[in-house]
Design a protein around this ligand. Structure first.
Ligand code: MN
Length: 742
């Protein structure tokens, strides 16, 4: 009897697997011909066979996952047969006994190398190395051969995000943070906006469940009103566009939950104060030769009906972003005094924006954005060729250089250059040529002379000033963000140091010889220690630069003293480590539960985000400072979790409140309209009415408004919320927000 039930369930699953497979083939629009279909079928059969006894955390057959990843690749990015086959097999080498050799034999080298790129590095990592960073680097390294690795990895990550509810809280936070830090920006830079947006929303759902629920609730509550507004906004535009004979689709769509959340956080405003909750998009059905003219015609129709805010015009039709994004964005004043963002683009542009890189292939012949894109890829390749950086530096550098937004600037001849946001005149100089960068003394930005540390803005025209006498120095590293400039400066400094060190080495060798001491490794090390030189090279360099005076190089004496010191130091360090331990043990332990078992662990609160009871928190194991507790939405924590997830430890507040409540320092910011006595009213509410202690307090006023920053001692989040609403009730224009140190 029970046998039969199992059989039925199994058969149902088999049916479902086949159904999903057929669905996949249907969505694979670029799959044509027998060969393609054969490849996909073989990949599917192999994957079914080897994943046969595996299940996902949700209890479903494992094969649903590769099928779903392939489905996303086919339908949402529009990839072809090879990618679909690889997506179907992406977990085979990592999770089953099948090896790469077999894949190579059966499917050939190029498929095998994609699968290899998708297979995580396994092995032992020391504290300084992060397996996540190593894996990310490995994936990117294959990018120089095949971009499809990253596209499939993005599909894989998207499906894992969609099914995140089945994972443990700890894994949810790790995966969501990594998605926010790396994968969503990566999807953004590859121009796959639809997936980027979905990833961000899903990540927010797990890192900040409270805000996510709140915003989605408010979005649905205001939907009817919004729809009515959009309809009345669109009506006259429709009529006028039709009059001039344009074919188009026009729709209003709410911004993503994550982008609303970011705006609220960045501008410190409430949901109601975010003015552009939605955007209106006009998609034109244009012939390629007519595109630009049609877009500007539509622009002139919109702006003759509604008054534009010209400061908010973004023209990515004339100069597309590096990722191929093309669109005209303009903010206009709509009815009822509400600002509305209007995006104007053609069907082709929309397709590229939604589906990204893959969609380029279709249009390759007729447009120039591929060259922009190739440019970006070439820059990445250049960086990948640099063998210097370790995996963590690499991820960080990749993040600033390739995942951040960009600024558009011009050369004196009007040539357009794209640099990451916060790039300086010096970055620009290195972007043009290492020789220009190395001799840069400053720049003229829009004809005004600026120092080389000057941060560039969109639209700046930059002329670099050089001098043959100039050369890079260490401080320059603080002024640059691009990898190109950093490497240029570093390699110059290294070479300069190496040459100077040669001289220093000669001087030292002579001193050794004079005192008849052996010029060997151990002795040199002792001299290095004596002068606190970080390395042998540094020691030589310090001697050459006379940071260490020649007369102080009394070799015998130094070696003797250094040996003594070494011994003393060892004893001292043993003492201090036991002292440190005692101090930590006195810390309060009862309020936070760390880890899954009841082992008592030392912790301290992270200064960057100052968690208070009621906040979502995570623990992070630091080197030398025990466990640090962060808020789970803390910027630093997200960066840490995405790189060192193996050092994250589950933590939560104890549910029972302690008898004697602890207080925690919290930073709040108050803004509002300046009024006589407003400051004393606020401080009265805080200290007299609510009896909250304040540590620091600072009020400033400008042009009839004021801004106050206060450090207060509070017990938990509900205490804080009471405080915030009490201050708000003083005056309708007062806004209060909790701050974190960023
Ligand atoms: Mn997978």
């Amino acid at each position: 009897m029970s046998e039969e039930v199992i059989n039925t369930a199994e058969e149902l699953e088999k049916k479902e697997i086949l159904k999903r497979y057929r669905q996949l083939l249907k969505s694979a629009k670029r799959v044509k011909g027998k060969e393609d279909r054969k490849l996909i079928r073989e990949a599917f059969e192999l994957s079914v066979e080897y994943h046969k006894n595996m299940r996902r955390k949700s209890g479903e057959p494992y094969i649903y996952h590769p099928l779903a990843v392939a489905q996303i690749a086919a339908e949402e990015i529009g990839l072809g047969a090879t990618s679909i086959a690889c997506a179907l097999m992406h977990d085979l080498v990592e999770d089953t006994e099948l090896d790469l050799k077999y894949i190579t034999k059966k499917f050939g080298k190029s498929i095998a190398s994609i699968i290899d790129g998708l297979t995580k590095i396994s092995g032992v990592f020391d504290e300084k190395n992060s397996p996540q960073a190593e894996n990310f680097r490995k994936m990117l390294l294959t990018l120089s051969d095949d971009i499809r690795v990253i596209l499939i990895k993005i599909c894989d990550r998207l499906h894992n995000m969609r099914t995140l509810e089945y994972m443990s809280r700890n894994s949810q936070l790790k995966i969501a943070s990594e998605t926010l830090y790396l994968y969503a920006p990566l999807a953004h830079r590859l121009g796959i906006y639809a997936i980027k947006t979905e990833m961000e929303d899903l990540a927010l759902k797990y890192t900040e469940p409270e805000s996510y629920r709140e915003i989605s609730k408010k979005l649905s509550q205001t939907k009817e009103d919004r729809d009515r507004f959009i309809r009345s906004f669109i009506r006259p535009i429709k009529t006028e566009l039709s009059k001039i004979g344009l074919k188009f689709v026009i729709k209003g769509r709410p911004k993503s939950i994550y982008s609303i959340y970011s705006k609220m956080k960045k501008q410190q405003v409430s949901f109601e104060q975010v003015y552009d909750l939605f955007a209106v998009r006009i998609i034109l059905e244009s012939e390629v030769e007519q595109e630009k003219r049609d877009c500007w015609n539509a622009y002139s129709v919109v702006t003759s009906i509604y008054k534009p805010n010209t400061e908010r015009l973004r023209d990515w039709v004339s100069s597309p972003k590096s990722n191929g994004y093309e669109s005209l964005h303009i903010t206009v004043m709509g009815p009822k005094g509400r600002f509305v963002e209007v995006q104007i683009r053609t069907r082709r542009m929309d397709d590229i924006a939604e589906r990204g890189y893959a969609a380029h292939w279709k249009y390759k012949e007729n447009s120039n954005e591929v060259s922009n894109y190739d440019n970006w890829l070439n820059n990445i390749r250049e960086m990948l060729e640099n063998p210097e950086s370790n995996a963590l530096d690499f991820v960080e550098e990749f993040h600033t250089n390739f995942l951040s937004e960009e600024v558009f600037v011009f050369t004196p001849k009007g040539e357009l250059k794209k640099l990451p946001v916060k790039a300086t005149a010096l970055d620009f100089a290195f972007e043009i040529h290492t020789a220009i960068g190395s001799t840069c003394i400053g720049a003229k930005v829009n004809n005004r002379i600026v120092p080389l540390s000057h941060v560039l803005n969109n639209g700046d025209q930059v002329e670099i000033l050089t001098s043959a006498k100039q050369k890079p120095n260490k401080d320059w590293l603080n002024y640059v963000v691009t990898g190109k400039a950093k490497h240029g400066i570093k390699s110059f400094l290294k070479e300069e140091k190496r040459m100077a060190a040669e001289m220093g080495k000669e001087i030292l060798a002579k001193k050794f010889k004079n005192e008849k001491t052996e010029f060997g490794k151990d002795n040199i090390q002792l001299v290095s220690n004596y002068f606190n030189a970080p390395s042998e090279l540094d020691l030589y360099y310090m001697i050459a630069k006379e940071t260490i005076a020649k007369k102080d190089l009394k070799i015998r004496q130094i070696i003797n003293e250094s040996q003594l010191l070494q011994r003393e130091h060892m004893v001292q360090s043993m003492k201090s480590s036991s002292e440190h331990k005692n101090k930590l043990e006195n810390l309060r332990k009862e309020h936070i539960i760390i880890g899954d078992d009841n082992v008592k662990l030392d912790f301290s609160m992270a200064k960057c985000c100052s968690p208070i009871p009621g906040d979502e928190i995570i623990g992070f194991i630091t080197i030398g400072e025990g466990i640090k507790i962060h808020r789970s939405n803390c910027k630093n924590a997200i960066a840490l979790m995405s790189q060192y997830s193996y050092r994250v430890i589950n933590s939560r507040w104890a549910s029972e409140k302690p008898v004697e409540p602890e207080t925690y320092e919290t930073l709040i910011k108050i803004t509002g309209i300046d009024d006589i006595g407003i400051v004393s009213k606020i401080t009265d509410v805080i200290s007299k009415d609510l009896k909250v202690n304040m540590k620091t307090i600072k009020f400033e006023s400008f042009d009839g408004t004021f801004e106050g920053t206060l450090t207060v001692f509070i017990n938990d989040t509900s205490h804080l919320n009471d405080l915030i609403s009490a201050i708000k009730s003083i005056d309708p224009y007062i806004n209060v927000t909790r701050q974190s140190v960023d």
